[in-house]
Write a protein that binds this ligand. Structure first.
Ligand SMILES: C[S@@+](CC[C@H](N)C(=O)[O-])C[C@H]1O[C@@H](n2cnc3c(N)ncnc32)[C@H](O)[C@@H]1O
Length: 260
């Protein structure tokens, strides 16, 4: 909190509280720690009070033991996605090819590599803003394009862990999302079509051709989506399993080659 005085901090708390921030003290402290001086803090408080996610304002999110760089317009990694990371890490070891499809900031791949540093990591996203952010976080191996089309062809049949935290909100639910998501994250990062599973179905349709024999696809879904998601996986000739974590309120569907 370099040149931020207690009075600046108190002013920040007052402004955030007036804007309806429930955790005004905590957020003011985080903003102050990231601000170079009082003027920068005032600017950050203005952005936060206008509804921008805290993580986009300070430029990072702490997720699963790693600090992920973030910027405006990039999906903020969710706490519940820790379940994806935990499950992915159990399938990853030295040399495992891990792909973070629809990577956003690259948070999931970064967290898995933090747990298993020997993995060979690739990440893709269709959004150039997300790709730039993921490159910032992951370095090389980040590609831009539509789903698998962005991946090097040589990865076909070699992917051990295929993380696909795709957009999975049903279109009719988008208006009910918190304003932070609705107004400050791209709709392409959220909207999964009529039942939320459009992108998931597209991933599953191609997954078998990219997974290694014992490879696994992991996707976050909602409780409502369990039935259609498992049916989608089975229809593609893959084995489906559901994993939940009540504390995180997280549900993950995994798909493996039936013979794997
Ligand atoms: C829910 S966000 C998840 C981001 C990241 N995996 C995470 O968990 O923080 C979904 C991401 O998928 C990307 N996306 C949406 N449709 C895509 C497509 N057809 N091909 C590649 N990426 C896509 C969006 O740009 C967004 O970054």
């Amino acid at each position: 909190m370099k040149s931020v005085l207690p009075a600046d901090l108190a002013e920040a708390v007052t402004r955030l509280r007036a804007a309806g921030c429930v955790f005004a003290e905590e957020e003011a402290t985080v903003l102050a720690e990231a601000a170079a001086d009082a003027a920068a803090l005032a600017g950050s408080v203005r952005r936060r009070a206008a509804g921008e996610p805290l993580e986009q304002v300070v430029g990072y999110a702490d997720f699963c033991g790693v600090r992920v760089r973030l910027g405006p317009g990039v999906f903020v990694p969710r706490l519940r996605s820790e379940l994806l990371v935990r499950l992915a890490a159990t399938h990853a070891g030295p040399g495992t090819v891990v792909v973070d499809l629809c990577c956003g900031s690259g948070a999931l791949g970064l967290a898995v590599r933090h747990r298993e540093p020997g993995v060979e990591l690739y990440a893709t996203d269709s959004d150039p803003v997300a790709v730039a952010c993921a490159r910032d976080n992951l370095g090389t191996g980040v590609h831009q394009g539509n789903l698998f089309a962005a991946l090097p062809n040589g990865l076909r049949g070699r992917i051990g862990v295929l993380l696909a935290n795709v957009p999975y909100v049903a279109t009719r639910h988008i208006p009910f999302l918190p304003a932070e998501a609705r107004l400050h994250e791209p709709h392409t990062a959220l909207d999964g079509g009529e039942d939320g599973l459009d992108v998931f179905r597209a991933v599953v349709a191609e997954a078998a051709g990219w997974l290694a024999p014992a490879g696994v696809l992991l996707s976050e879904i909602t409780g409502e989506q369990i039935k259609p998601a498992t049916a989608t996986v089975r229809a593609a000739g893959l084995h489906a399993a559901i994993h939940t974590d009540d504390d995180l309120e997280a549900t993950v569907v995994t798909a493996t080659r039936a013979t794997g």
